[in-house]
Design a protein around this ligand. Structure first.
Ligand SMILES: *Cc1c(COP(=O)(O)O)cnc(C)c1O
Length: 390
C-alpha cells in the first residue's frame, strides 16, 4: 500500500482510522469520557510527570475521539499536527493569543468575529494590531520591521472573494522573521493548502465545509508540532475543547469532504456562469471565472475554486433584498459550507455596521448578494435565481 502522503485527499481521509476491536468495527466508538482510571498512584504520576504517554482529563485535549479527529484534520492539510476546537473563533482566538503577542498585521477583509476579537480584545490587551486594505499590501514590509510578528489574512475573502498571494506574502514575512496564519475556511483543504504554499498556521471554521451539514460548531488549527505546542496550553486553560461527540460527528463528515467539495465547486461554477449571462446581474465575483480579476492567481494557488460566490444586482440594496426574499431553494441565512444553498446580503448582515463608503472601499457593492452554493441540482439553483431576478 502507498504511504498516506502519496495518496489523494479522499483516500487519506477515508482511511484515517484503522480501528481494531473485538467486534471487527472499522470505526472507533465515541469516547464520551472526561476522565481516565489508573491502576495505582505511580502510574498516574508517570503520566502527569510525562514519563509515559497517557490520557488524564479530556479538557487537556487527551481524548481518543478528539485525537482521531485531529489526525484526520492534519492529514487533510498535509500538516505535521492539528488541534480541534469548540468553534472557529476558539481556534482563531487561541492562535492569536499564542502567536500574536508581538504584534499582528492583518491584510484584506476579515471575518467579522475575528475583527471583533482583534479590535475589542487583542487591542485592549495591549497587542499592536494593524489592518491593511488589500490595496495597501505594499506597506506590509514596513509594518514588519520588528521581528516576531504575525501576518494574518483570509483568501478567498468574504464577501468579494478577493484572492491574496499566499506564497508571496509568506516569502516576505519570513524574510522579516514573521509568522503567517491563513484562515482557509472559504477554500477548504481540498481546494487550497496554505502550508504547502509557505504559510505557518492554517485555521478553519469547521462549522462550515469541514462539518458540511450546518449541524455542528467546531474549529481547527493545522501547523508544525513546534507552533502547535503553545496553542495547546491556551486551548486547555481557556477551555476551548471540542466535545468528543462533536469530534466524532466531524470525523464522519470529513470522510465525504473531498466529494462534497468537488460538487460545491462544480455547482458554484455553473451558477456563476449562469449569473454572468443574466442582464440584471452587474457583476459576478467568483475566482473560477476567467472574467474575475484575481482568476490567474486563484488558478495558480487553488486546486478548485470553491462553493462561495457573490453577485451584484441592478437597483442597489432594496433590489438585492427583493431578490433574496424571492429565492425559494436558497435559504435566507448567514453561515456557509453546508449541503443546502444559502443567500445573504452583506450590507444587511456581516457588513451592516459599516458606512456605505467603507463598504464600497471593501468592494462590497450596494446590490451585493453572497451565495453559498450547496449540493442541490445545479439547474434547480439556477432556475431559482432566474425566477427571483426576472
Ligand atoms: C464562520 C467563520 C469563522 C468563525 O467560525 P465559528 O465556527 O463560527 O466560530 C471564521 N472565519 C471564517 C472565514 C468564517 O467564515
Amino acid at each position: 500500500m502507498s504511504t498516506s502522503d502519496q495518496q489523494g485527499p479522499a483516500t487519506r481521509i477515508i482511511h484515517n482510522q484503522r480501528h481494531q476491536d473485538a467486534f471487527g468495527s472499522p470505526y472507533s466508538p465515541v469516547y464520551n469520557t472526561t476522565t481516565y482510571r489508573f491502576e495505582n498512584t505511580q502510574a498516574l504520576l508517570d503520566v502527569i510527570e510525562g514519563r509515559t504517554p497517557g490520557n488524564l482529563y479530556t479538557r487537556w485535549g487527551t481524548n481518543p475521539s478528539i485525537q482521531e479527529l485531529e489526525q484526520g484534520l492534519a492529514r487533510l492539510e498535509q500538516a505535521e499536527t492539528a488541534l480541534a476546537f469548540a468553534s472557529g473563533m476558539a481556534a482563531i482566538s487561541a492562535t492569536l493569543l499564542a502567536h500574536g503577542r508581538q504584534g499582528i498585521v492583518c491584510v484584506g477583509d476579515l471575518y467579522g468575529g475575528t475583527q471583533e476579537f482583534l479590535k475589542n480584545h487583542c487591542m485592549a490587551l495591549g497587542i499592536d494590531v494593524q489592518f491593511l486594505f488589500r490595496g495597501e499590501l505594499s506597506q506590509l514590509e514596513a509594518h514588519l520591521q520588528a521581528p516576531g510578528k504575525l501576518v494574518y489574512f483570509e483568501t478567498p475573502a468574504n464577501p468579494n472573494l478577493a484572492i491574496l498571494d499566499i506564497a508571496a506574502i509568506a516569502e516576505l514575512a519570513h524574510r522579516k522573521q514573521a509568522l503567517v496564519a491563513v484562515d482557509n475556511t472559504f477554500a477548504s483543504p481540498v481546494n487550497q493548502n496554505p502550508l504547502a504554499l509557505g504559510a505557518d498556521l492554517v485555521l478553519h471554521s469547521a462549522t462550515k465545509y469541514l462539518g458540511g451539514h450546518s449541524d455542528l460548531t467546531a474549529g481547527a488549527l493545522m501547523a508544525s508540532a513546534e507552533l502547535i505546542k503553545p496553542v495547546i496550553a491556551w486551548r486547555k486553560n481557556l477551555g476551548q475543547l471540542i466535545a468528543p461527540e462533536t469530534a466524532a460527528l466531524l470525523s464522519r463528515s470529513l470522510r465525504t469532504l473531498p466529494i462534497r467539495i468537488r460538487q460545491h465547486n462544480e455547482n458554484a461554477l455553473a451558477v456563476a456562469r449562469a449569473m454572468e449571462q443574466h442582464p440584471a446581474v452587474l457583476k459576478v465575483h467568483y475566482p473560477g471565472l476567467p472574467s474575475f480579476p484575481d482568476h490567474p492567481l486563484a488558478a495558480r494557488q487553488m486546486q478548485g475554486f470553491g462553493g462561495m460566490l457573490s453577485i451584484e444586482v441592478e437597483g442597489g440594496q432594496q433590489a438585492a433584498a427583493r431578490v433574496a426574499d424571492k429565492l425559494q431553494v436558497f435559504l435566507l441565512a448567514t453561515s456557509l459550507g453546508g449541503v443546502e444553498s444559502l443567500v445573504s446580503q452583506p450590507s444587511a448582515t456581516s457588513h451592516h455596521g459599516l458606512s456605505r463608503e467603507e463598504r464600497l472601499q471593501r468592494g462590497i457593492g450596494d446590490g451585493m448578494l453572497r451565495l453559498s452554493v450547496g449540493l442541490e441540482d445545479a439547474q434547480d439553483l439556477i432556475n431559482d435565481l432566474h425566477q427571483a431576478l426576472d
